[in-house]
Design a protein around this ligand. Sequence first.
Ligand code: GLC
Length: 490
Amino acid sequence: MTVNVLFVAAESEPFVKIGGLGDVAGALPAAIHHIAEQHPDSHPIDIRVALPYHQAIKKKGFQVEFLGEFPVAKKEETIPCQVYRYADGEYPIYFLDGAPIAAEAQVYSLITSEDGEKYVFFSLAALGLAEFLNWRLDVLHANDWHTAIAIYALKECAKHSAPLARTKTLHNLHNLPFMGYGIQQSLTDYGLPPTQNTLLPDWARHAPLPLGLLYADKIVAVSPNYAKEILTPEFGCGLEDFLQTRKTALTGIINGLDTTLWDPENDPHVQRNFSDRSLSLRLENKRALQSTFNLLEDDQVPLLTLISRMDPQKGIDIALKGLVYCQDLPWQAIFLGTGTPFVENLARELETRFPERVRAVIDYDNKLAHQLYAGADIFLMPSRYEPCGLSQMIAMLYGCVPIARKTGGLADTILPVSRQVDGGTGFLFTKPYPSAFADAVKRAIRYFNKPELWGNIQRNGMKMDFSWENSAHKYIDIYLELSNQRNVAA
Ligand code: GLC
């Protein structure tokens, strides 16, 4: 029997993308759909996606078909939800609209409580969608706090809706600290009270993400290592004891990468395309960067890059301070990103301090990002925590060797270089301190100075398989497992 899966998220490529969730929500359902299409007998999955019809999506003018509307209950009233279907999708993608969604200009507000009504409404509407379509909902796949609400709401709705009573839920955890705390009023307005369940600490009993984690049948963190880390006080954000109680439901699956978008052999943005078989061509990209940024044009000087949202999670400050400890070594660095003023200013300060070798581009520039991956020698990713991370994978595929903190998905995807290089693809450091980072830079530069070894490290990274296929299979296995449980329970 076909397993019907509804994938719900706040953002998704190509419609609207703010962060890594957008990449995943665009690529994962597509990968699952393709597998299901190729193997309908062994992988009978009907996956569909629901997104809020954000103003930003409407503005881009995607072709849609209006399917109709249905009511969503709020206190004494009901609010109509309009259903649109994306006309060009290979599988069904629905945009859900309604007053609480249309009222908000941004995908996410800086003040969480302002997002409350939009995502509560959307989550409830996503549950109503199945009934509207007359489509049996076997598995609800929710992402982050915005749609974790749907998992909690499902439990409440199931009390008076027989079809939903058997629906199973998967919560995909992309970033634990963002819990959606502050939207209690909106939850109450839509009939969602605090839980009475004492497994959750008091403060978390009316917060969307913890509620989703409490009631999900399966919790999937975006890397196996992050799934372990969140059980500890350092990464558990106060939920570590509670998460211990959910250990049997918790697993980790690494995200993939859209390898058609990120392919050094066919990348239209870079000066010179190259592959692991023509690595020497890559140097032209480095020279182009040195010339564009008015840096000394010398192949022997390692060019470091950092491409990131400049916020505390990413640990940029650790790298910027750490580089000062390495000032006796020859290196150049180009930083690209925007974010919190504190971190942006640190980057500018380093440029002022080392005008002959540091460039800080405080901007979002996709084309330049491609060129940096393709031309820089070393990629810096000193994250304080990193549930999965995409940039380190892109860097490796582009022969830009990562130096990263040994945390989350970074530790799962980067194979540390040991003395003989072996299969190593990058350099890891453990403590989130500038001195530890600086030691890793020094180590990496020692290898950089041995071109033959360095070439092996680059090629090892370029040969890694980061495509979505493997991960999509793991999600399908979970859908099948959940659907079996559902049928057994019936
Ligand atoms: C969040 C995490 C990042 C992860 C992404 C997609 O943005 O910070 O590590 O790659 O979600 O899952």
